[in-house]
Design a binder for this molecule. Structure first.
Ligand code: PGA
Length: 252
């Protein structure tokens, strides 16, 4: 159970997985799960956005894109704009996921522009930050997090949600311990307090991502600065995803 006053948020990052039939079935199972103790948002591939948004349209569960181009339209083959995401039924978008930073060379500045673009279309950016294994080994975790956060927020979006995703924990099965995650979340909240003030920082949800599963979720969410999860692999199975969501509630 989350020990703070912020309502937990759980995102399912499907990455480049699932087909339309899988997505339909997933949404059916998720909605049959009844009242959930957290806000929930699904981030499917572009080809599945419409299917997922339609399936979830009568529910409280949100739908979001995995990426956004800073411009509204133009000659940008393979990209998707904020207006297209809204048109497909999205209300959220991931900005700066480490796989985009690594696979597509996204810079801190580009991520800020993407988050600003999201806001122009009324999408909430979920900004992802996190250190590599070698940065952690070298004692540079906080320096990396601070650089990424300041770059995203200086003259950046006023409305956003934050996810701490240590790269060494993503898809590896090596979850951060609750203590390691809490230390990073507390550091990020301290930075937010410096940049936005104590009240805004206290209200901000900071999600943890990196090999979250039904077995480790309850211990992680018991930490005071963890406000939910961004789930990759375990979000592909609706039963596992529901179990993670339920771990955020008082009856877990
Ligand atoms: P994982 O992915 O849960 O499979 O580690 C998390 C993420 O990349 O958002």
């Amino acid at each position: 159970m989350s020990p703070n006053q912020r309502r937990p948020l759980v995102g399912g990052n499907w990455k480049m997985h699932l087909l339309r039939d899988d997505a339909q079935r997933f949404c059916g199972t998720l909605l049959a799960g009844g009242v959930l103790p957290a806000d929930v948002v699904i981030f499917p591939s572009c080809t599945l956005l419409q299917t997922v948004a339609d399936a979830l349209s009568d529910s409280e569960v949100g739908c979001g894109g995995q990426d956004i181009h800073p411009e509204e339209r133009g000659a940008h083959t393979g990209d998707v704009s904020g207006s297209q995401l809204v048109d497909a039924g999205c209300s959220w978008v991931l900005c700066g996921h480490s796989e985009r930073r690594q696979d597509h060379g996204e810079s801190d500045d580009l991520i800020r522009q993407k988050a600003l673009s999201a806001l122009r279309y009324g999408l909430t950016p979920l900004i992802c930050v996190g250190e590599t294994h070698s940065e952690r080994q070298a004692g540079r975790t906080f320096e990396t997090l601070e650089r990424q956060l300041r770059a995203a927020l200086t003259e950046g979006p006023a409305t956003f949600t934050l996810a701490y995703e240590p790269i060494w924990a993503i898809g590896t099965g090596e979850t951060a311990t609750p203590e390691i995650a809490q230390e990073a979340h507390a550091f990020l909240r301290g930075l937010l307090a410096e940049m936005l003030g104590d009240i805004a920082a206290d209200a901000k949800r900071i999600l943890y991502g990196g090999s979250v599963n039904p077995q480790n979720a309850a211990d992680l969410i018991s930490k005071p600065d963890l406000d939910g999860f961004l789930v990759g692999g375990a979000s592909l199975d609706p039963e596992k995803f529901l179990a993670i969501i339920r771990s955020c509630g008082s009856d877990s």
